[in-house]
Design a protein around this ligand. Structure first.
Ligand code: COA
Length: 178
């Protein structure tokens, strides 16, 4: 099943919507930042503009495709300018959905990731009706773990995953309206 792509979700300060071409500079600036993507599982050639299109445009432009993974842009409500992204895809086991999030460094520490994740999760659990969502976070990525917890996900501790060189923290949240 593919999760329906929302046209526009709103929270107090943010909108969450499909990517548009104008978002890509901001997105590439995040991916080519020295520090920001260090806890995300990308190879080095995926973090430069020249190399990114093949690796990254599929999830960005995958709204009509059959793949279950897609990313949405997070933008400011006032200017509709790109500040980050949230996304969903099959989890490592393939039987659940995992979500993920990124915010451009200049916007960190204002509660924006938490706000975006709460709104995205609410859409997925209540509007789409998924039964469960999970998330993974590098054990050193304290900010990301806090976002998961502040958004209402339960920290289940570290988990062993084939092919990963570390044991990430594993978070999950159930749909309580079932
Ligand atoms: C993780 C990330 C999305 C957080 O974005 P953000 O908008 O700054 O997050 P929020 O402001 O909503 O919350 C961050 C929380 O972590 C805390 N925090 C941030 N860095 C921290 C650190 N080094 N040590 C302890 N706490 C930290 C903040 O104080 C805040 O908690 P608080 O509200 O209790 O004060 C952002 O840092 C990011 O994009 N990182 C790179 C991408 C990434 O790692 N994504 C997650 C993997 S999918």
């Amino acid at each position: 099943m593919k999760v329906k792509v929302p046209e526009r979700l709103e929270s107090e300060r943010l909108i969450i919507r499909p990517f548009v071409q104008d978002d890509l500079d901001g997105f590439y600036s995040f991916m080519s930042d020295e520090d920001a993507p260090k806890y995300i599982l990308f190879s080095e050639d995926e973090t430069t503009i020249d190399e990114t299109p093949q690796s990254f445009l599929p999830p960005l432009s995958n709204y009509d495709g059959r793949d279950q993974i897609y990313a949405l842009a997070v933008a400011t409500k006032n200017e509709n300018s790109f500040i980050g992204s949230v996304g969903i895809g099959p989890d490592f086991s393939g039987d659940k959905y995992q979500i993920y999030w990124n915010i451009l460094p200049q916007f960190w520490g204002k509660g924006l990731a938490t706000e975006a994740v709460i709104r995205f999760m609410d859409y997925l659990l209540r509007e789409v009706g998924l039964g469960k969502l999970v998330a993974y976070s590098h054990p050193d990525n304290i900010a990301s773990a806090k976002v998961a917890e502040k958004a209402g996900m339960q920290n289940q501790g570290t988990i062993l995953i084939d092919g990963l060189d570390h044991e990430p923290l594993y978070f999950e949240v159930e749909n309580d309206s079932e």
